[in-house]
Design a protein around this ligand. Structure first.
Ligand code: HMG
Ligand code: MG
Length: 298
């Protein structure tokens, strides 16, 4: 068919749960991941090989990776901040990882305890070791619209960091509106700057929904040719080093939007909504997706 294929990277088990205050058992995470795969998601960011002192919720990373349901066609990328993280990830069976940088100095310091330039230097040996192990590396840029500490971030700064990640070998660069303040106007300006340096086919949109603009920002990005979006089931999450930031755009909302625009995501919306209701129940909260609520009421 002529349907546009869109790849959704489900980040709920990582971005969604990293900031969760209550302890989430590894068994619950594994069941969440299995249900997401059953719903048709093919890229599920499973965990982060970061310091357990910094992000206690991801401390079970090695155990979780070893117990993941291995399925044909389903990839489980994990975050790695440095060589130590990469080595631990590979040791646990990871075949895809993501490095994460920022377009803002203050956020880089708070999140990974080094400057933007230092982080890029730190990623070089990570890239080399990953290449040697045939591990795919994705790159993230945080604060692509604004920083919680510095305010607005110039699109050119985002383009500079994205171009560096791409040049060092990241197969895709995911653009994070970490605090979810972007609108289609600011996201478009940012994307146009980045797309002049990195092919749009190698960009992904990673939009948090703090101000309720994330679905609009996905639509605007889709219009500009972006065909990969990160999303979190039920809109779970927030970044521990971005105060007040809420979760990613809900995967259900992105799937409904994209199917409405005539795109193909491979995701079964009904099964995804069931998963959203299930994890919300386990965590003891309301479903964070309007589409999920509407479908369940219908
Ligand atoms: P540091 O303290 O500067 O690290 O932290 P260090 O190299 O000086 O080491 C200090 C200690 O940490 C040592 O242990 C190391 O072994 C250990 P000690 O000797 O004290 O016992 N260590 C590690 N342990 C486990 N795994 C590792 C690791 N590395 C060192 N990989 C570091 C620097 C980067 C490690 C730390 O700042 C960190 O882990 N930060 C992670 C923060 C994080 O996970 N943030 C959330 C993810 S990013 C995000 O959410 C944004 C995104 O969604 C996009 C968007 O929305 O914008 C991706
Ligand atoms: Mg994020």
């Amino acid at each position: 068919s002529s349907k546009q294929a869109v790849r959704i990277v489900e980040v709920g088990p990582r971005d969604g749960l990293q900031n969760e205050k209550q302890s989430v058992p590894t068994d619950v995470k594994l069941e969440l991941i299995a249900r997401l795969a059953d719903a048709g998601l093919r890229d599920i960011e499973a965990t982060a090989f970061v310091s357990p002192k910094w992000v206690p919720q991801m401390a079970d990373h090695a155990d979780l990776m070893r117990r993941l349901p291995r399925r044909a066609g389903v990839g489980y990328p994990v975050l790695v901040p440095n060589l130590k993280g990469l080595e631990a990830a590979i040791e646990s069976g990871a075949s895809e990882v993501a490095v994460f940088a920022a377009a803002s100095e203050a956020f880089s310091q708070k999140n990974i305890n080094c400057s933007v330039a230092e982080s890029l230097v730190r990623f070089e040996p990570v890239m080399a070791a990953a290449r040697a192990a045939h591990v795919k590396v994705r790159g993230y840029v945080s604060c692509v619209v604004a920083c919680p500490y510095e305010g607005p971030v110039a699109p050119q700064r985002v383009a500079d960091v994205a171009a560096r990640l791409h040049a060092m070998g990241c197969y895709e660069v995911s653009l994070g509106d970490t605090i979810g303040v972007g609108t289609p106007a600011t996201v478009r300006a940012m994307l146009q700057a980045v797309a002049s340096r990195v092919p749009v086919s190698q960009l992904a949109g990673h939009y948090h929904d703090t101000w309720g603009m994330a679905v609009a920002n996905v639509a605007a990005s889709y219009d500009l040719g972006v065909r990969v979006f990160d999303a979190s089931v039920s809109g779970l999450g927030g970044c521990p080093y971005a105060k007040g930031a809420s979760g990613n755009v809900a995967t259900e909302d992105v799937v409904y939007l994209l199917h409405g625009l005539g795109a193909d995501t491979g995701v079964d919306l009904g099964r995804l909504v069931d998963t959203s209701a299930w994890i919300s129940g386990v965590l003891g909260r309301e479903v964070g997706s309007k589409v999920a609520r509407a479908l369940r009421a219908a």
